[in-house]
Design a protein around this ligand. Structure first.
Ligand code: XMP
Length: 508
């Protein structure tokens, strides 16, 4: 399979370069600059990313590019461009004024392969404190902005280009065209990496890898595990054993509804009701991290008990996706744990199974596209993310079956209303939180003293940052009214208007 390699110098935009390239239906991989992979015949070209470093820093990344530069098409972006100047005889200095934000690029050489089909002037996005001040004689300037003469250049006599702006960000109006000029025009990639081709090649690879072996997979009702299951099912049919654990912490009716759709999709799935165990172990626990740990442990144990009943199972399938893979081997190292995510982290060691991760090369939106091309219903594919520990981390304070039932009712009213008013798909994630406070209210002629719930709705692309959604007042008014009138035990509704950071999406 042909591919583009992106060498990561730690820029916040590196993943975005990969997405843009993949949107052109060209497969690419991100590798840290200090672990350059072998440049085998499948590599059509290399992109050097930006970086938080200055090339002049003592500790700045300075990889050896001798296997790449002059041998393969190469594009340096921002730091990448500065490195290609600095390391080969040019000069990079602090910019007289820092170059951040919008700038107008004037294309000097319209016939250059990288500049093809760009307008004479186009908006680009700059983000650097240094600037290239001198380049060797065989570096030819292709485009400039008012402040940056060497905004784009190429090295004559080799297939190396460099740009100091960021084509991958939305504000670089013709950035996609420029990347297309590189990956398609210059590198000659065929743009044949589509959901359909991914499904076809993955199913083939899974069949080869798994042979007649049995595989077990934990379904969660979420997009990733569902798509992973359907792909594996397509490859090995009934030899895929799915387990769907009901912790009693799912949304109202979710276990039955989702189990039904899994069966409908032909999956070999076993639902395991384990409310009592989870409720029992969580009784009296209010500390968020302890809750997470207990749920994680119980989940592993319930799953394990069930998996052991499958004779001769060899593999554990997981719905790991590409951001998790990059995160765990990034130049910055795995990021600090703010909340311990449980998922199925503890399973493999305990179970002595080999791991298979059919989605480990895909971004979330690509998983959705693959899901659609596999014919999975929009109701499953379009679902908001839902945390592994479920409603437990939306019930602040102690978890009791009664409090779970209250939150399930509230959540259902809220989510149904979002769907009814066409807002569900405009929101990245929404949910209700049951607070550990009671407040005074009045209903009819009577004083009430009942719980308060918070509603949360956020926009995001990956959950790393998020903003609260400006839901219409009339909508909030209607939902609040419905909740207070219909859910016994709740007499107050508030709306969460915090962004992430500094808040997080979940309250615990
Ligand atoms: P936070 O609250 O950290 O959440 O802003 C970011 C995203 O991650 C989800 N989340 C989890 N997902 N297991 C999961 O599978 C977990 O333990 C977990 N904790 C938070 C959260 O719902 C949001 O989408």
């Amino acid at each position: 399979m042909e591919k583009i390699i992106i060498l990561d110098f730690g820029s916040q935009y590196t993943q975005l370069i990969a997405r843009r390239v993949r949107e052109l239906n060209v497969y690419c991989e991100i590798h840290p600059f200090n672990k350059i992979p072998a440049m085998d015949s499948s590599v059509r070209g290399v992109i050097l990313s930006g970086s938080p470093y200055s090339v002049r820093d003592q500790v700045a990344p300075r990889p050896d590019l001798s296997q790449i530069k002059g041998k393969l098409p190469l594009l340096g972006v921002c730091y990448g461009a500065q490195y290609l100047a600095y390391a080969y005889g040019g000069d990079v200095m602090p910019a007289p004024s820092r170059e951040y934000g919008r700038a107008m690029l004037t294309v000097g050489d319209k016939d250059d392969e990288l500049m093809k089909n760009l307008p004479a002037t186009t908006q680009v996005w700059m983000s650097h404190g240094d600037t290239i001040t001198a380049v060797p004689a065989n570096y030819r300037v292709l485009a400039s902005t008012e402040d940056v003469r060497l905004a784009a250049y190429r090295i004559e006599g080799e297939r190396t280009w460099a740009i100091q702006f960021h084509p991958e960000v939305y504000h670089s109006t013709d950035g996609t065209q420029l990347l297309k000029n590189f990956v398609v025009g210059i590198c000659g990639c065929a743009q044949s990496w589509t959901s359909e081709s991914f499904v076809e090649s993955t199913v083939r690879e899974l069949r080869e890898k798994l042979g007649d072996d049995k595989v077990v997979l934990g379904l969660s009702g979420g997009v990733d595990s569902t798509v992973a299951a359907v792909l594996l099912h397509k490859a090995i049919g009934e030899r895929l054993y799915c387990i769907f654990v009901d912790s009693g912490l799912l949304r109202k009716n979710e276990f039955d509804d989702v189990l039904e759709s899994y069966k409908h999709m032909g999956l070999n799935v076993k639902g395991v009701k384990a409310h009592d165990r989870f409720y029992g172990d969580l009784a009296g626990v209010s500390d968020p991290e302890r809750k997470r740990k207990i749920i994680g442990r119980d989940f592993v144990e319930v799953f394990n008990d069930e998996a052991q009943r499958i004779k001769d199972v060899r593999w554990l399938a997981q719905g790991t996706i590409y951001p998790d893979v990059i995160e765990s081997c990034s130049v910055n190292g795995p990021s600090a744990t703010i909340k311990s995510h449980h998922n199925v982290g503890g399973l493999p060691e305990k179970m002595h199974l080999k791991i298979v991760e059919p989605l480990r090369l895909l971004f979330k939106d690509e998983v959705r596209r693959v899901g659609r091309s596999l014919g999975i219903s929009e109701l499953l594919i379009g679902r908001h993310p839902f945390p592994g520990p479920g409603l437990a981390i939306r019930i602040l304070g102690e978890i009791t079956p009664e409090r779970v039932a209250i939150l399930q009712e509230v959540d259902k009213i809220y989510i149904d209303a979002l769907r009814r008013d066409g807002l569900y798909d405009k929101v990245w994630q929404a949910g209700a939180i049951l607070l550990p406070v009671k407040s005074v209210g009045v209903m009819g002629d009577e004083r009430t003293y009942e719980s308060c719930v918070a509603l949360r709705a956020v926009t995001s692309t990956d959950g790393m940052t998020a903003d609260w959604v400006h839901l219409p007042y009339e909508f909030l008014a209607g939902v609040s009214n419905d909740i207070i009138n219909k859910v016994k035990g709740v007499n107050r509704v508030v709306y969460d208007i915090s962004s992430k950071p500094p808040a997080t999406i979940e309250w615990e």
